[in-house]
Design a protein around this ligand. Structure first.
Ligand code: F6P
Length: 323
């Protein structure tokens, strides 16, 4: 392997830069040239490549976002788009790729490596932590801490005004962000796509708490919850409990930014090294991840198709601790 390229794709996540840095420096350490591809698969198609040196990643480990930029590419989902991308890789004589992203990124990577035989190793970069094959994804810890910090602040005002707050956190198909925010933020209820919490249960819990003289409440809702989004859920609850003063806060993209935590920098660095060393050792069509403190390479197809199960004990914890 003489020359590899690295790119970030899909939703950005804090720690992506630490991962890019590790990829670049590991490649150089092993005598391999490394190119950066800007704007994910779109940049691969348009030929937005540049040679990276060790200094290209100086002063980046602590920065949020991604210095390579990111995109969700529609064009790469077409055969024609992938052909054009492959032409660019041939032009730059790239013989291996590191893809940093989530399930959309790996869906594309898996198709691409199957069709064109280009070796690709992935790094799990998403705040959602919804990828099978790693206990944690890069950016997840930071996102949870950002959301938790916001919830602590919301609690102050909820308490002062004796209000119910419906706080929506990210997690398209998963409650991984919502769960630690609910436990760590002392929420009364958590609503996540993996479990069913009906509106009636929410109303009952609030009514019981109210009757026991509780005056403020936090309900954490994952954006992908089956019952609807925070605004819809809050509207139904307000109708049933007009005596309670309710507000909605959608944390949104604030969770995607900011300096990565120590845990995310460490994970990103470990995984960045593992992607390049995986390529050197002939691995392809796999994601590098850490499971039970051990490095593992999981086929892209499994990372996308196998469901990472959320620990059901956490659901019970919220119930016990909010009494
Ligand atoms: O995949 C990460 C994520 O932040 C999800 O939690 C969220 O649903 C989605 O990306 C938002 O994507 P976009 O930034 O494209 O609106």
């Amino acid at each position: 392997m003489k020359r590899i390229a690295v790119f970030t794709s899909g939703g950005d996540s804090p720690g992506m830069n630490a991962c890019i840095r590790a990829v670049v420096r590991t490649a150089i350490y092993h005598g391999i040239e490394v190119y950066g591809i800007r704007k994910g698969y779109n940049g691969m198609i348009s030929g937005d490549f540049y040679k990276m040196e060790s200094s290209s990643v100086s002063n980046t480990i602590q920065k949020g976002g991604t210095i390579l930029k990111s995109a969700r590419s529609k064009e790469f989902m077409t055969r024609e788009g992938r052909e054009r991308a492959f032409e660019q890789l041939k032009k730059y004589e790239i013989d291996g790729l590191v893809a940093i992203g989530g399930n959309g990124t790996f869906t594309g990577a898996s198709m691409f490596s199957e069709e064109f035989g280009i070796p690709i190793v992935g790094a799990p970069g998403t705040i959602d932590n919804d990828l099978y094959g790693t206990d944690y994804t890069i950016g997840y810890d930071t996102a949870v801490n950002t959301a938790l910090d916001a919830i602590d602040k919301i609690r102050d005002t909820a308490d002062s005004h004796e209000r119910v707050f419906f706080v929506e956190v990210m997690g398209r198909d998963s409650g991984y962000i919502a769960m630690p925010c609910a436990i760590g933020g002392g929420a009364e209820i958590v609503m996540i796509p993996e479990t069913i919490t009906s509106i009636e249960q929410v109303i009952d819990t609030l009514r019981n708490g109210w009757e026991r003289s509780k005056t403020s409440f936090i309900i954490v809702i994952a954006e992908g919850d089956e019952e609807g989004n925070a605004t819809q859920i809050a509207a139904q609850v307000k109708e049933a409990l007009p005596q309670m003063d309710a507000r909605v806060t959608i944390l949104g993209h604030v969770q995607r930014g900011g300096a990565p935590t120590a845990a995310d920098r460490l994970l990103a660095s470990q995984i960045g090294i593992a992607t390049v060393e995986g390529l050197i050792n002939g691995k392809s069509d796999v994601m590098a991840g850490i499971v039970n403190s051990r490095l593992v390479y999981t086929p892209f197809k499994d990372t996308i198709n196998k469901k990472k199960i959320i620990n059901q004990r956490f659901v019970r914890m919220v119930e016990i601790l909010s009494i």
